[in-house]
Design a protein around this ligand. Structure first.
Ligand SMILES: O=P(O)(O)OC[C@H]1O[C@H](O[C@H]2O[C@H](CO)[C@@H](O)[C@H](O)[C@H]2O)[C@H](O)[C@@H](O)[C@@H]1O
Ligand code: UDP
Length: 496
C-alpha cells in the first residue's frame, strides 16, 4: 500500500505539555484526525524561526504518524506567512480587498518558501507515495516538485473560499498562481460555489475548457477539480463529550449560568469570523428584548491569531471597545452580558462548553467551512439539544440547512434568530438537531479524506497515455464526481 504524504504549513503534533493537544485551527484539527488511520508522513513548518535556513528535518513519530518539520528563517516567516499568506491571499480570498496588501517582497518570499518546502520534502518521497498539499500557503509546491522531476500523484485542497473571478484578477500575479494549480492531479474545494468560481476564472480569464472526461484543460495541461466538504471526527467528539474533563467543564459552565441560557461563540480572533457583527446583533437582541436580558449570557472564546498582522491587532482593539460598550450599557451588579476570553481551550473543554450552551452563534462573513459549527452539533445532548445559528456565508451552511441560517450583516436577523432559538420548543430543537447530526456523522473527516484520496488515486498516473491533450469545449460529468460515486468500498480498503 502506498503511503500518504500530507503537506501543510501548520502541523499539529499533539503536545504532551498541553495535555495532548496541538495548535488551534480547523486545518490542523482535521489533518490530525485524517492521518490517524493512515501510515504516512505529515510534513510542514515547525512553527519556529532560525537565523538562516538549513533545510534540516526534525522527525518525530507521534501516534503512528511520522511528523517531519522544518524551521524557517525570520524573513521567510515575515514575507511568506505574515506577508503573502496572511496579508495578501487570506484577505483577498475572504473578499476583503480593502485589507489586501500587494507587496512584491511578499510574493518573492512566498515563492522562496514554497521552493524550500519542495526541496526539503522531495528526498522523502518514494515512487508509490501520493502527496496531498493543503491550503493557500503552499499552492506552488507541486510546481516546484515537478521541476525536480517528481512524477507522483499530487493533490491539493483549499481550506478557504475560492473567490469570484473579479476578485482574483486584482492579484498582480493571479495567472501564475492559477497556473501553479495545474501542476496538481486533483484540486479540491470546500464547496460547489468555490469550484464554480475557480472554473469561471479558468474559462473566462485563460480560455480554458473542460474535456470530454470532465477534466479542466488550460496552460497546455489538464487537471481535475471537485468539491470535497471537510468534516469533523464526529465519533471521536461524541466520545470526548463523555470524558471526565468535558463533564467537569460542563458542570462548571452550568453552575456559572444558573437561571441563564448560555449562548456560545468559538473562533480564532479573525476579521473573517464576523465577531463585530455578532456582538452588534447580540446588542440589538438585548436592546429589543428587555424581558430576556437577565435570562441570557454570551460566552465568546476568541484565541489570538496572527497577532503580528496589523488588521488582527486593529480588530482586537475594536472588539475590546465594543465589548466594553455593551457590557457597560447592559451589565448589572450581578450580571455581565458578555464573557470574553482570548485564550484557547482544549477539545475536551470545548466539548463541555458546547454542550452547556443553549445556542451557538457562528456568524462568519466568509469561511471556507467552519468546523466549530459541526463540533457544536456533535457535542449536543440528543434529548435536549441546543440550536445552531449559522451564517449563510460559512461553507458549512451548504450542508447544515436545518440550522437557523442568517445573514451576519443584519443585526436584526441575528437578534431574531437568538429570540427564536431561546424560545424554540424541544420538539423542534430535536428535529433540527437530528437532521444536522445525521449530516455531521455521515460527512465526517474520514469521508472527506477517503473521498479525496480515492479520487486522487483514480487520476491517471505518470505512465498513463494522453497527459497533454488539446482542450475541447465539452462540459461533461466531473471525473472526480464519478470517482466519488464509485469509491465506497474502495475507499475503505485504502485505509492503511
Ligand atoms: O494556521 P493559522 O494561521 O494559525 O490559522 C489556522 C487555520 O485557519 C484556516 O482554517 C481553515 O480550515 C478549516 C478546516 O478546513 C476551515 O473549516 C476554515 O473555514 C478555514 O478557515 C486556514 O485555512 C488554515 O490553513 C489555518 O491553519
Ligand atoms: O480555544 C479553541 C478554539 C478553537 N479550537 C479549534 O479550532 C478549530 C477552528 O476551526 P474552524 O474550521 O472553525 O476555523 P479556523 O480557525 O480553521 O478558521 C476547531 O476545531 C476548534 O475546536 C480549539 O481547539 N480551541
Amino acid at each position: 500500500m502506498s503511503r500518504l504524504i500530507v503537506v501543510s504549513n501548520r502541523v499539529n503534533p499533539p503536545n504532551p505539555a498541553e495535555g495532548g493537544e496541538g495548535s488551534v485551527g480547523g486545518l490542523a484539527m482535521a489533518l490530525a484526525a485524517a492521518l490517524r488511520e493512515y501510515s504516512g508522513i505529515w510534513f510542514g513548518w515547525s512553527g519556529k524561526t532560525i537565523p538562516e535556513f538549513t533545510g534540516q528535518l526534525n522527525m518525530q513519530r507521534i501516534e503512528g504518524v511520522t511528523v517531519a518539520t522544518v524551521d524557517l528563517e525570520e524573513t521567510d516567516y515575515q514575507e511568506y506567512y505574515n506577508g503573502y499568506a496572511n496579508k495578501t491571499l487570506w484577505p483577498l480570498f475572504h473578499y476583503r480587498v480593502d485589507l489586501t496588501a500587494y507587496d512584491r517582497s511578499f510574493g518573492e518570499g512566498y515563492d522562496r518558501v514554497n521552493r524550500r518546502f519542495a526541496e526539503t520534502l522531495a528526498p522523502l518521497i518514494e515512487p508509490d507515495d501520493i502527496v496531498w498539499v493543503h491550503d493557500y500557503h503552499l499552492i506552488p509546491v507541486a510546481r516546484e516538485l515537478r521541476r525536480m522531476g517528481i512524477t507522483n500523484r499530487i493533490g491539493f485542497f483549499l481550506h478557504i473560499p475560492w473567490p469570484a473571478h473579479q476578485l482574483v484578477v486584482t492579484l498582480p500575479r493571479h495567472r501564475q498562481l492559477v497556473e501553479a494549480l495545474f501542476d496538481y492531479d486533483l484540486i479540491g474545494f470546500q464547496t460547489e460555489e468555490s469550484l464554480q468560481a475557480f472554473e469561471g476564472y479558468v474559462f473566462s480569464e485563460v480560455q480554458g475548457a473542460k474535456n470530454a472526461r470532465g477534466e479542466l484543460v488550460a496552460f497546455g495541461r489538464r487537471t481535475c477539480a471537485a468539491a470535497f466538504p471537510i468534516g469533523v471526527d464526529a465519533q471521536d467528539f461524541a466520545e470526548i463529550v463523555k470524558s471526565d474533563n468535558a463533564r467537569k467543564t460542563y458542570d462548571r459552565m452550568m453552575a456559572h449560568s444558573v437561571f441563564r441560557k448560555m449562548i456560545v461563540g468559538v473562533d480564532r480572533l479573525d476579521y473573517s469570523k464576523g465577531l463585530e457583527e455578532r456582538l452588534i446583533g447580540y446588542e440589538r437582541f438585548l436592546h429589543d428584548h428587555p424581558d430576556m436580558r437577565r435570562e441570557v449570557m454570551l460566552l465568546q472564546v476568541a484565541p489570538i491569531s496572527r497577532d503580528e498582522v496589523e488588521a488582527y491587532q486593529d480588530l482586537r482593539g475594536r472588539l475590546d471597545g465594543l465589548i466594553g460598550r455593551i457590557n457597560g450599557a447592559y451589565a448589572e451588579m450581578d450580571f455581565t452580558p458578555i464573557r470574553y476570553v482570548n485564550r484557547s481551550y482544549r477539545r475536551d473543554e470545548l466539548a463541555g462548553v458546547y454542550r452547556a450552551a443553549k445556542a451557538a452563534l457562528v456568524t462568519p462573513l466568509r469561511d471556507g467551512m467552519n468546523l466549530v459549527a459541526k463540533e457544536y452539533v456533535a457535542a449536543q445532548n440528543p434529548d435536549d439539544p441546543g440550536v445552531l445559528i449559522l451564517s449563510r456565508f460559512a461553507g458549512a451552511a451548504r450542508q447544515m440547512k436545518e440550522a437557523l441560517i442568517i445573514n451576519p450583516n443584519s443585526p436584526e436577523e441575528i437578534s431574531d434568530a437568538l429570540e427564536r432559538s431561546l424560545s424554540m420548543s424541544q420538539d423542534e430543537r430535536k428535529q433540527r438537531w437530528e437532521a444536522l447530526f445525521d449530516n455531521v456523522r455521515r460527512e465526517d473527516v474520514t469521508a472527506w479524506r477517503d473521498n479525496f484520496v480515492a479520487a486522487l488515486r483514480g487520476r491517471p498516473g505518470p505512465d498513463d497515455e494522453g497527459q497533454q491533450e488539446e482542450p475541447s469545449p465539452v462540459r461533461s460529468l466531473d471525473v472526480a464526481s464519478k470517482a466519488l460515486r464509485a469509491q465506497g468500498p474502495e475507499a475503505k480498503a485504502m485505509r492503511a
